[in-house]
Write a protein that binds this ligand. Structure first.
Ligand code: FAD
Length: 483
């Protein structure tokens, strides 16, 4: 550790850490590092201290974490390690709820509607893994008589909803599995709660489009490894320098632009979100779509393609306390390929996918709208002709294999740059436990106890799959880069 940065009262293993980004990953990491005794400052370009992470408050905010709600699920196909992490997280959400007036985790259940009247292969895998870990009782398969009976006896049968397959002969209905472990997290509210918890724990925050915005690393030659630079802090856009033993990049879908070494590992891609608003006076709809009566619903609108790609997942949440029903389309995650700056180590035809500017994120592409309209006609018939209340693109930070990237960056000496990102569309649910695993990796690297260590390591040695292999010529590209 560079001793010049050591203050007389700092402990032997204590480090000064600068975390870039106050989304879910940055907040969760910052609190856990602070609990381990490190001195932590979070830099964030949005004024979350002022807007309280309210999604409607500032339309320029681009952060996946700033959102009304996210799905909580423990169903992970054959990925038992994420299933187990989700169960750990669920217990943490429930204990967090205990001290709060408004629950951050809402256990409204999640209905996994199948593409047909039979269970799909992924669903069968999920059920087998639930069985293996002793949770099969929490899952209710609509076509299974015993499960239906159990759902009735446990008060879940009203959420085991029937939806007819359009144009099917003999009025066949989609099969579905109700997951009573599933539900939603109130994402923005959880971020604000975590921000307040971080402040109480002694984490410092620097917010603002100038003073909180990362500009560049401050680098020095390393005395330990002459072949690499070591980072000794960062400069913010207001021109100020901030010393740190470690800079931790947790900037979500902007991370590659801060740290281009991530360009092989990550790709920014957009999910499409629309909302409807229910008038509180419309008691029928207000009650029907409340979390008490309506589960989160996900639907794989078509069977997986033969190459294993998900061809059309759409999901809907029960209404919020303000009457907002949110629908998300992730069948196609849209890329925005642009010419990459010089020096970016990994590009595809000289391009990389980065978030569109916020003013171009206010509408969803026609393909998404069409898929959502079909979904609505089946699952929310009352809204078939209704106008959307809002529409928006929200940016995923997809990793090459859908697992997060939480590790030191090997290109820098002295373990001076850490990354905590790569949420890949499923990070929000892990907020209460993510940081603890990440801080364990931060302190102990290969000796970490976290069972996620191998999954989250820096991994240049594995192929880019998960759609990241497509590049600018792929069908998902809505960017205007050279074709
Ligand atoms: C459409 C969509 C749906 C999703 N659905 C689910 C779901 O149902 N369930 C689930 O568990 N997960 C879901 N996720 C994933 C989850 O939302 C993300 O994994 C998580 O929010 C990522 O958090 P983050 O902190 O990495 O990134 P972000 O929330 O993007 O935060 C990064 C922060 O870094 C800041 N920043 C960027 N650049 C700079 C800079 N130069 N200087 C200072 N600060 C900077 C940004 O302002 C931002 O606040 C979804 C994601 C998307 C996009």
């Amino acid at each position: 550790m560079p001793d010049a940065m050591k203050e007389p009262n700092m402990g032997q293993n204590q480090k000064r850490v600068a975390v870039i980004g106050a989304g879910i990953f940055g907040l969760s990491l910052a609190i856990a590092l602070r609990k381990k005794g490190h001195i932590v400052t979070v830099f964030e370009r949005n004024r979350y201290d002022k807007n309280k992470y309210e999604p409607e408050d500032d339309e320029r905010v681009q952060a996946a974490s700033v959102d009304l709600n996210k799905i909580f699920r423990a169903s992970y196909g054959n990925k038992l390690h994420y299933q187990r992490l989700a169960m750990e997280s669920r217990a943490a959400w429930l204990s967090l709820n205990e001290g709060l007036e408004d629950a951050l985790f809402v256990g409204c259940g999640m209905l996994r509607v199948q593409p047909s009247d039979e269970l799909g292969a992924l669903e069968r895998e999920t059920l087998a893994n639930m069985e293996r870990d002793g949770f099969r009782d929490t899952q209710f398969v609509k076509s299974n008589v015993d499960d239906r009976k159990r759902a009735t006896s446990q008060g879940w049968s009203d959420k085991l909803l029937d939806f007819d397959i359009p144009n099917s002969t003999e009025h066949r209905a989609f099969d579905a599995v109700l997951d009573s472990l599933g539900g939603l997290t109130r994402c923005s509210a959880a971020c604000y709660q975590y921000y307040k918890m971080a402040v109480s724990a002694g984490v410092e925050f620097i917010f603002g489009s100038e003073e909180g915005a990362f500009q560049s690393f401050i680098e020095e030659n390393s005395v330990v490894d002459a072949s690499k630079k070591r980072v000794v802090g960062l400069k913010t856009k207001d021109g100020k320098s901030h010393k740190a033993h470690v800079v931790a990049v947790a900037a979500g879908s902007f991370s590659t632009q801060l740290l281009p070494e991530l360009s092989y590992h990550l790709e920014s891609a957009a999910g499409s979100l629309v909302t409807y608003k229910i008038d509180r006076n419309n008691k029928t709809l207000w009650d029907k779509y409340s979390p008490e009566n309506f589960p989160v619903i996900t639907w794989r609108s078509a069977p997986r393609a033969c190459d294993g790609k998900d061809t059309g997942t759409i999901y809907v949440f029960p209404r919020t306390e303000d009457g907002i029903i949110k629908i998300g389309y992730r069948g196609v995650k849209f890329t925005n390929f642009q010419t990459a700056p010089n020096g970016v180590p990994f590009t595809q035809d000289g391009q990389w996918s980065i978030p569109l500017p916020y003013e171009d994120c206010k509408a969803v592409p026609p393909q998404a709208e069409e898929a959502i309209r079909t979904f609505v006609s089946i699952f929310l018939p009352e809204f078939d002709e209704a106008e959307f209340y809002t529409t928006k693109l929200c940016w995923y930070t997809d990793s090459l294999d859908n697992s997060f990237v939480i590790d030191y960056v090997p290109h820098y000496a002295d373990q001076s740059v850490f990354v905590c990102t790569g949420g890949s569309g499923h990070g929000a649910k892990f907020m209460p436990v993510l940081g603890e695993h990440a801080a364990d990796i931060f302190d102990n690297t290969d000796h970490a106890e976290s069972h996620m260590r191998t999954h989250w390591r820096w991994r240049e040695d594995i192929p880019r799959i998960n759609g990241l292999e497509e590049g600018p010529d792929g069908p998902r590209n809505i960017g205007g880069g050279p074709k």
